[in-house]
Design a protein around this ligand. Structure first.
Ligand SMILES: Cc1cc2nc3c(=O)[nH]c(=O)nc-3n(C[C@H](O)[C@H](O)[C@H](O)COP(=O)(O)O)c2cc1C
Length: 326
């Protein structure tokens, strides 16, 4: 590693990347985005792979999958194996890769943000978040924004990669993938997850970050990934997410009173809730989308404002895509 104190432009830039991935999907996205940074002389990337002490299974047994929602909704994080970091490191940029679990950040990522070292590592640091999920990330990101603000971190960019399948198709294909391990399309439905070519194209964010670091742009308060199609928010899902979050929170409270994760005492309630949840999804999502379609002309301005707010700071603009075409 070559370090110089003569000018900022030739000082080694240190990047902290935090990642947890069960199926390997988010890990593949992280690999694409980090590759241009790792290949750049003068950039030192530390990839911290988060390891919960008790690992989560993949594919998930049915009950264990649903049993994770009370803790996810209440941000009650599991214990982590010791981190490779000491807290003394001084990073120029932090990239937080995360997935959504039950409309909240995944429990391993929540555990990292609640870890005592996170406060030391992230304070005053510019943070880029990269989400890979089915397609419901709005409420999870609100929670991440709060946690980062409480740590004193500066959120400068947010990239979202979501399953491009239809909302209803992915309600079948994603649970099938997570509960059986089968990701392929079936019954005319598309394969679950983020399309392989979209994962490859996420490399453009790494190329742009590499150039931004070379120009010291991370020190300013502007996004580094604007104009690259970083995020496309769908505010029409907001009402369903809000109702779902409330339901997970209230039922999560009840389940947490019934027992600890994995305990038999939770099972009868959990069994009942799964049916309730399926009924909720089959009614609330279509009814909310249909109602919004009916009153869309009245909501146009509000939806545009929400879209802008949820896409802040990176935005959905594509004007720099040709520069970083992959
Ligand atoms: C327990 C659990 C709950 C999930 N809940 C959501 C969700 O609420 N919204 C969403 O868009 N995706 C959800 N997903 C999908 C994940 O965000 C993610 O795309 C998938 O698990 C693959 O991530 P991986 O990189 O860890 O393999 C959920 C996945 C799991 C395992």
């Amino acid at each position: 590693m070559t370090t110089s104190i003569r000018t900022n432009s030739i000082r080694t830039k240190r990047v902290l990347a935090i990642c947890y991935s069960q199926t390997g999907q988010l890990a593949r996205i992280a690999a694409q985005i980090l590759a241009p940074l790792q290949a750049k002389p003068g950039v030192d990337v530390h990839l911290e792979v988060i390891r919960p002490k008790q690992s989560y299974p993949f594919p998930w047994p049915f009950f264990q999958f649903f049993d994770a929602f009370p803790e996810a909704a209440h941000l009650i994080a599991p214990e982590l194996e010791q981190l490779a970091l000491t807290g003394e490191e001084d990073f120029d940029l932090v990239i937080l890769f995360y997935q959504v679990w039950f409309l909240a950040p995944s429990l391993p990522v929540t555990a990292f943000l609640q870890h005592p070292l996170a406060a030391r590592l992230l304070k005053d640091k510019p943070v880029v978040t990269v989400i890979a999920c089915r397609n419901m990330w709005l409420m999870a990101h609100e929670k991440i924004k709060n946690m980062l603000a409480n740590l004193g971190a500066r959120l400068i960019d947010n990239v979202v990669l979501a399953d491009k399948g239809n909302v209803f198709a992915t309600l079948v294909t994603t649970p099938r993938w997570l509960l059986t391990g089968r990701q392929t399309g079936f019954l005319g439905l598309p394969p679950a997850g983020i399309a392989p070519d979209e994962i490859l194209r996420s490399r453009r964010f790494g190329l742009a970050l590499r150039d931004a670091l070379a120009a010291d742009a991370e020190k300013q308060d502007a996004p580094l990934l604007a104009g690259l199609g970083a995020v496309e928010a769908n505010p029409r899902l907001y009402a369903s997410e809000k109702a779902g979050t409330r339901s997970f929170y209230l039922w999560g409270k009840l389940l947490r009173a019934a027992g600890k994760p994995g305990q038999w005492s939770r099972k009868p309630l959990l069994f009942f809730y799964v049916f309730f949840l399926i009924a909720l999804i089959l009614t609330v999502v279509p009814v909310s989308l249909a109602l919004q379609a009916l009153i869309r002309p009245l909501l146009r301005e509000r939806i545009a404002r929400m879209k802008h707010d949820f896409e802040f700071p990176s935005g959905s603009g594509t004007e720099r895509m040709s520069k970083y075409a992959v």
